[in-house]
Design a protein around this ligand. Sequence first.
Ligand code: 13P
Ligand code: SF4
Length: 335
Amino acid sequence: MWYHLYDVAFTPTEHQQELINRINALKKEKDAIVLCHNYQRPEVYEVADYIGDSLALCQEAAGINARLIVFSGVYFMAESAALLNPHSTVLVPDRQAGCALSDMITAKALHEWKKDYPDAAVVCYVNSTAAVKAESDICCTSRNAVDIARALPHKQLLFVPDKNLAAFVAKQLPEKEIIPWQGYCPIHERLSPEYLLKAKEMHPNAEIIAHPECTPEVQAVADHVVSTSGMMKVARESSATEFICTTECGMIQRLKKELPHKSFFTVCSVCFDMKKNTLEKILSSLENEEFVVEVPEEVRPGAQLAFDRMFDLMAATDDEDRARRARKSFGVSSE
Ligand code: 13P
Ligand code: SF4
């Protein structure tokens, strides 16, 4: 776990700039779009057509009209893009860039577990495989988990795979019985409230922003618990000029890039899977049109339904409309 101040704007080296130029030229030549998660390396931001959190990247992927999408993030994100956009070929620069949290549950284990709860709906965090999504009733992301869970007509919800996001949702929805799968993100799990409180002592005017994958103890000392793009929104809209951000270390580089006039401190740890994507690998991915992401055909319809339900609820005008849409989607009458 690291604590540091990030106050230097990123400037690519000469070698990086050369790679950036080659990638940008190849993108045009090959009709390709690069999607990039907020945790990527700062030099990778320079070739991105879109940078965002999981929800924004899903929404963006669904609407892309290009021959190739290069997804610079981790595998479940690229798999979601391939599912949501069957017309483009989705490539990942490194096939080994996985997500330890998404690996903490299998479709088979979920299939068995849910037999014990016949009245529950299964809410699946997007950090999961398409096979797990296909065993679930609806998807959610760190940005919309509370809204989705609140809208469902079911009182009992099985929440997979992240126990910390589940705890965050449960705290805000005491009317629901939320039963968590015991998965967690090892990167966020190791962030401690003690370090945050020490950082706060040093920077008493700073607002603490935490990701909901952090433990409930960390969430309890934070002023804001939000998705990675939510962090950007909070920092942009708050009148505060100093922030202590606790999540994956790359996030403050992104915050500093967008909000150079504000100060960001971080208590963070590194997701080495996210960092497997480099400019060299993105260039090679474009040159060789590899590694192609395939969604197993047998799980496609189920995973698509879980996403469709999420997008339908996200299109609602307010909580009431969302609850009405959820009842309709699950065939529950309003009586
Ligand atoms: P966001 O959806 O908030 O970007 O989170 C994704 C993630 O993997 C965080 O560890
Ligand atoms: Fe997965 Fe955690 Fe890395 Fe996010 S930070 S991609 S949840 S391992």
